[in-house]
Design a protein around this ligand. Structure first.
Ligand code: GDP
Ligand code: IMO
Ligand code: MG
Length: 428
């Protein structure tokens, strides 16, 4: 029984897709368990680049079965577009993809609400991806959501949409001055995806559990990351799901007993898209250089990512909280562009040294990073395939991170292409 969870330790875009692609070389299933098409996971194989939003990255490995778990929120239009685009590129995506019937559907009114809420928040906005993620999870918890399985029964669909729209239409009309949504139009919209999605609807949790009992290997691919977690992240500047280890269990339908590896992914520095505190953010030339070299522009929205030094207290918190067994360190090659490398090893909050990760949001907003400066390196490291190939300064940096985080590295990524990695232990 081996399930490996791959999850982000920071604010997303750590390279989870890229790490999963490497780890997926000998697995049977790759599964998404949380989030939706707010995610953007990039995988590069040779000259080909794949930007995946809903379909797990395992799709680019032949024979891997991909599942979209009950914890994911699914926009049927986006799913269809993504599957068709993959098919055009020669992947039998439809045949190898299963979608859990319990997963919730992102409806057009969720997207509209997401955007109205953000406009309403003004300067306090979260900077969401505007994909309707928050409002869909709200409806799930409020028990007024529409699920993938509902597509199979027009009567149930109509009843649920009527109930869901009773309050929402009043808000659209009276608060936002918009035309109310028409139940029949929405039923017809969903019906138009029935033929496409019906063959994929499954009990994916049961599939994974059965597979695990038969000694099959499962990789759970996290979307978003720990500091965007609704409970453990920098609330309210978070997403509306639990990308952390608990969410992996709830959102996939497998048991804790099945999980034997938890791989936490972090960049060699930090990025964040959207608003909220980020103590190590750089507003200078160095930050700009890292952004350009690392091509730090959102995979989903194209927004420039905020860039900063590696924030060890945050990463250590995430590593502890998720109980990671391995670290995958990514984008190490990008740091070749800087002369000296800083790593945040603690904070100063209102004049006092603080070594942990603050629970209180105000403290996090006031936190000033305390840096340890490490020597940089100038050599091109994209061809390194063993730790010993790295220049001494890069090796020292890697070892410093490994010791501080307290979990062994299973992979050091030195480029975005599949082969550009130092793979020390395969977590799957
Ligand atoms: P995810 O959302 O966690 O899967 O990460 P994204 O795909 O959104 O962002 C990571 C970006 O870094 C992508 O553009 C990857 O192609 C790229 N990438 C991943 N690993 C490396 C690496 O080691 N070096 C470089 N230069 N780019 C990398
Ligand atoms: P991957 O899987 C980076 C951020 C948004 C915003 C906040 C809430 O590619 O790492 P939402 O649309 O989820 O309600 O937005 O979360 N966010 C991400 N940032 N990578 C992601 O996914 C993200 N998914 C959401 O920018 O700050
Ligand atoms: Mg991403």
């Amino acid at each position: 029984m081996t399930a490996t969870v791959v999850l982000g330790l920071a604010w997303g875009d750590e390279g989870k897709g890229r790490v999963c692609d490497v780890l997926a070389h000998d697995v049977d299933f790759v599964s998404r368990y949380s989030g939706g098409n707010n995610a953007g996971h990039t995988v590069r194989v040779g000259d080909e680049e794949f930007k995946l939003h809903l379909v797990p990255s395992g799709v680019v490995r032949e024979d891997v079965i991909c599942t979209i778990g009950n914890g994911v929120v699914v926009n049927p239009q986006v799913l269809k577009q993504e599957v068709e685009a993959l098919e055009k590129r020669g992947f039998d995506a439809r045949a190898r993809l299963k979608v859990d019937g319990r997963a919730h559907l992102i409806m057009p009114y969720h997207i509209a609400l997401d955007s109205h809420r953000e406009i309403g928040l003004g300067e306090q906005k979260i900077g969401t991806t505007n994909r309707g993620i928050g409002p869909t999870y709200e409806d799930k918890v409020a028990r007024s959501g529409v699920r993938v399985q509902d597509i199979l029964d027009e009567g149930i669909l109509r009843r649920k949409l009527k109930a869901a729209l009773r309050e929402k239409n009043a808000v659209f009309e009276n608060v936002y001055g918009e035309t109310p949504y028409d139940v029949e139009e929405l039923v017809a919209w969903l019906e138009s995806y029935r033929e496409f999605i019906e063959p994929m609807i499954s009990d994916t949790g049961a599939m994974l559990r059965d597979g695990l009992e038969e000694q099959k290997k499962v990789l759970l691919e996290g979307g978003q990351a720990t500091l965007l977690d609704n409970d453990h992240g920098t609330y309210p500047f978070v997403t509306s799901s639990n990308p952390t280890i608990g969410g992996a269990i709830v959102g996939s339908g497998i048991s804790l007993k099945h999980v034997d590896q938890i791989v936490g992914v972090t960049k060699a520095y930090t990025t964040r898209v959207g608003d909220g505190p980020m103590p190590t953010e750089l507003h200078d030339e160095v930050g700009g250089k890292i952004r350009e070299t690392g091509r730090e522009f959102g995979t989903t929205t194209g927004r420039p990512r905020r860039v900063g030094w590696l924030d060890l207290p945050a990463i250590k918190f995430a590593a502890d909280m998720n109980g990671i067994t391995y670290v995958a360190l990514t984008l190490l090659d990008v740091l070749t562009c800087v002369e000296k490398v800083n790593v945040c090893v603690g904070y100063e909050i209102d004049g006092e040294r603080f070594d942990g990760y603050p629970m209180h949001q105000t403290d996090l907003h006031h936190a000033r990073p305390v840096y340890k400066e490490l020597p940089g390196w100038e050599e091109d490291i994209t061809g390194c395939r063993m730790r010993g190939d790295l220049p001494e300064a890069a090796r020292d940096f890697v070892e410093f991170v490994e010791t501080e985080v307290g979990a062994p590295l299973c992979m050091i990524s030195v480029g975005s292409e599949r082969e550009q990695a130092i793979v020390e232990k395969i977590g799957a």
